[in-house]
Design a protein around this ligand. Structure first.
Ligand code: B12
Length: 252
């Protein structure tokens, strides 16, 4: 493995960005000369737990940040070596470049296309947040696709769980999700404002399931960070600021 990648993975895994995969690509709009993209994600509670530890040790990691979790990842990433030509894109509220993380992560072997629209990881199930993509012209060894069959083929548990019928029992689970119904429901209702009922119902990756506090933090900006501040007993004057969904992208 390239030394810069080994070092980057060590540092990122230490804060709970514990999943990675490599896809070989033939150029990308963010780096036309790209030949590989490394996708990093956080499975389960490890990243959130690491953020909590960081805030306990240094309350400014919450109080001084608009996007505490994104900033935590960004600070760690800043200490990681990357090739001179690399373009690094984060799935973050303060990121200016957009890439479609699920597509990249799927190409990098991180999981199956699930019935509920999320990438389904072999170990963590739907409890995987995608955090960083590193594009480089280096030809890195690609990660193979998951050897296991897609568990959604024989499972429809999430279908009745979605209150807006955004999920169907289509034989091919890749066609099971109606993003328009899901997205519209977030505009017209608050039933999914603090949770995704389908994700909660998914039987895959149960040991990686987020805690109630983590779900709250990821889903609802207006109250999630206040709940975190109260839990950690730190002051946070920014709690309650800003609407949820419109600019809250510390999801995952
Ligand atoms: C916008 C957005 C939303 C919007 C969607 C609005 C809309 N009109 O699209 C809303 C608010 C509904 C939403 C909800 C949620 N989201 Co969201 N969202 C995003 C975001 C920021 C962009 C997605 C996007 O617009 N893609 C581009 C458009 C063009 O994609 P699209 O048309 O939907 O789909 C195209 C491709 O993506 C592909 N495709 C569609 N679905 C899938 C699924 C897989 C697995 C693959 C491989 C390909 C694929 O087909 C389409 C044609 O090419 C991404 C982060 C990112 N930068 O990728 C997170 C992201 C997709 N969301 C994520 C999550 C976790 C959630 C929620 C659970 C909420 C939350 N708090 O975290 C819910 C889950 C709803 C559900 N059951 O799927 C995670 C998914 C992680 C994973 N394991 O897959 C991401 C990657 C964020 C992250 N940092 O991890 N989200």
């Amino acid at each position: 493995m390239a030394p810069w990648l080994a070092e980057t993975l060590t540092r990122m895994h230490a804060i709970g960005v514990n999943v990675h995969g490599v896809a070989r690509i033939d150029g990308h709009e963010v780096l036309p000369a790209a030949r590989s993209v490394v996708v990093l994600g956080s499975g389960g509670t490890a990243l959130f737990d690491a953020l909590c530890a960081e805030i306990r040790a240094r309350p400014a990691a919450l109080a001084d940040e608009d996007h505490p979790l994104d900033s935590f990842v960004r600070r760690t990433l800043a200490d990681c070596p990357t090739p001179a030509d690399a373009v690094v894109v984060r799935a973050a509220g303060d990121e200016t470049t957009f890439v479609d993380f699920r597509v990249l992560a799927h190409a990098a072997g991180l999981g199956h296309t699930s019935r509920l629209g999320l990438l389904l990881h072999d170990v963590h199930g739907p409890w995987l947040g995608l955090r960083v993509a590193v594009f480089t012209s280096q030809e890195l060894s690609p990660t193979p696709m998951p050897a296991s069959p897609n568990p959604c083929v024989d499972c429809t548990v999430c279908v009745p769980a979605c209150p807006f019928d955004a999920i169907t029992d289509a034989p091919d689970p890749r066609h099971g999700f109606d993003i328009r119904a899901c997205a519209e429901s977030h505009q017209t209702s608050d039933r999914c404002a603090r949770t995704c009922h389908a994700r909660m119902a998914c039987p895959q990756g149960a040991p990686s399931r987020y805690s109630a506090l983590q779900v709250h933090y990821h889903y609802d900006r207006s109250t999630g960070r206040r709940a975190l501040a109260e839990h950690l007993r730190v002051d946070d004057t920014r709690s309650g600021a800003g609407p949820f969904w419109s600019d809250w992208s510390e999801d995952g």
